[in-house]
Design a protein around this ligand. Structure first.
Ligand code: SAH
Length: 457
């Protein structure tokens, strides 16, 4: 049946030229002005497509035959690229990925932020954009009596076994292979979510890029793990860089990976890593940036935009484990960090002590509640840094910024759309966006991080 607003029909074939790439990596073609989104297609490519789904103002298609390829198209090197879904842009050359991300940020600034003239720099990418993730977290299952560990096939709960993930540190891949083999040898059963039986649910491996230290976390349904001592002995012998083995117990019927109980079963409670000059203690449940090399690039840029002389009072909103706060504290008079997760603030305080940094204070609470209170008490900042989650800053926080009038705001963002929305509010309230630096924290995925420099007019 034809869609009321268009001549485009479901299950029909069309010849199209792609014009654009969506923020989630699909190609966009227009059939008589009607947009169709097609996975795995790139701008400027000519192709035959089949329309598979129609919605009110747009539709979805499938690539049937590619007539003309984009100069940026490459063969995805990962053998499970399509099944996994963890990466979306491996079929684009790295240069092409960086260009697409810059274009995306520019477009969103114009469309949502009404900031078509703001300077968006070329994306800062990685010299070697592979094997960058320091944390692997994989579900464990059973196939024909043997353990498998890898990823859930897209739109299903079937676990596909994986020997290597090309964006993952090789050391983490090795840990997962060893855990799988040793646990199988000692008769550990994988968790069966349907029957709520078996034991091993997930394996997490974390690698300190600078220190080389490894933490392994076994997430199990019950506390008892058969041949625990033997498993530990073989694992640590096989991979001497392991400094910590932790068991987390999750007996719930849930997709949430971690349970409430965490026991260190061998070695240390923490592994350590450094970003720049700052050292971090990372526990099994700590948040820690997954690409520390690019985190340094991102936070150096934030520090540059903060333009500190040593005299400033700085607020770091949404501070997490205090990564940015500790960076800033080296150059500021005083830094106040705010974060909603109490455990993250405990980590932040521990990390401040670990580094002998004393001019920083951390508070637990909502940024949009705590910062207005500080403002009421006369605690103002010269520079305000925000690094909110994907949904962006709360309006109450933006209003407090407009009232408090810090000279500079540095906005670190993982979602260009909410960044653009919030920049518009700041612009309307008397601020000017000077420039935006995108940084590629997650090569081969569609994610892009940005740092914006914002000045009081
Ligand atoms: N800069 C941090 C990471 C920021 S990620 C680092 O490098 O470690 C965003 C953080 O905002 C998360 O830690 C999340 O827990 C926190 N958060 C989410 N909503 C919040 C709110 N309303 N107020 C304060 N923090 C919040």
């Amino acid at each position: 049946m034809a869609n009321v607003q268009t001549a485009v029909e479901k299950n029909e074939y069309y010849e199209v030229t792609f014009e654009d790439l969506t923020h989630d990596g699909a190609g966009v073609a227009k059939i008589e002005g009607f947009p169709i989104f097609v996975p795995n297609a790139l701008p400027d490519e000519k192709a035959k497509i089949k329309v598979v789904k129609l919605k009110k103002g747009y539709g979805f298609g499938r690539l049937v035959e590619l007539y003309e390829k984009s100069p940026f198209r490459v063969d995805a090197p990962c053998p499970v690229y399509k099944e996994c879904g963890g990466c979306q842009l491996q079929h684009v050359s790295y240069e092409g990925q960086l260009m697409a991300k810059q274009k995306q940020v520019k477009e969103v600034m114009a469309r949502i932020g009404h900031l078509p003239h703001v300077k968006v720099h070329p994306v800062l990418g990685m010299e070697n954009p592979w094997r960058y993730r320091n944390k692997a977290q994989v579900p464990v299952g059973e196939v024909e009596g043997g353990l498998v560990a890898g990823f859930y096939q897209q739109r299903s709960h079937e676990i596909i076994d994986m020997e290597a993930c090309l964006i993952q540190q090789e050391k983490n891949d090795a840990v997962i292979q060893s855990v799988k083999r040793i646990c199988e040898k000692y008769g550990v059963r994988a968790f069966d979510e349907k029957k709520h039986k078996g034991n091993l649910r997930h394996v997490m491996a974390r690698y300190g890029l600078v220190t080389g230290e490894i933490m392994v976390v076994l997430i199990t349904r019950t506390e008892e793990l058969p041949h625990k001592t033997k498993i530990i002995e073989e694992l640590t012998k096989e991979i001497p860089a392991i400094k910590s083995i932790v068991q987390n117990i999750n007996n719930k019927r849930t997709n949430v990976i971690f349970g409430d109980k965490t026991n260190v079963i061998w070695g240390e409670e923490y592994i350590y890593d450094s970003i720049g000059d700052i050292k971090f203690a990372i526990s099994a449940r700590s948040f820690y940036q997954v690409n520390p090399e690019q985190t340094k690039v991102l936070y150096d840029q934030a520090l540059k935009y903060a333009n500190l002389t040593g005299e400033e009072s700085v607020i770091d909103a949404y501070c997490g484990i205090g990564t940015i706060s500790l960076f800033l504290a080296q150059k500021a008079k005083k830094v106040f960090g705010v974060e909603i997760v109490p455990e993250a603030i405990e980590d932040a305080k521990r990390n401040a002590t670990l580094n002998g940094i004393e001019n920083v204070e951390f508070a637990v609470g909502e940024a949009e509640t705590v910062i207005p209170e500080w403002y009421k008490q006369g605690n103002e900042a010269d520079v305000l840094v925000v690094d909110p989650p994907r949904k962006g800053c709360d309006e109450a926080l933006l209003q407090t910024i407009l009232d408090m009038k810090p000279k500079r705001v540095v906005y670190v963002s993982c979602n260009p759309a909410t960044l653009a929305r919030d920049l518009r509010i700041l612009e309307d309230g008397g601020y000017e966006t000077m420039e935006i630096q995108p940084v590629d924290m997650f090569p081969h995925t569609t994610h892009v991080e940005c740092v914006a420099q914002i000045h009081l007019k």
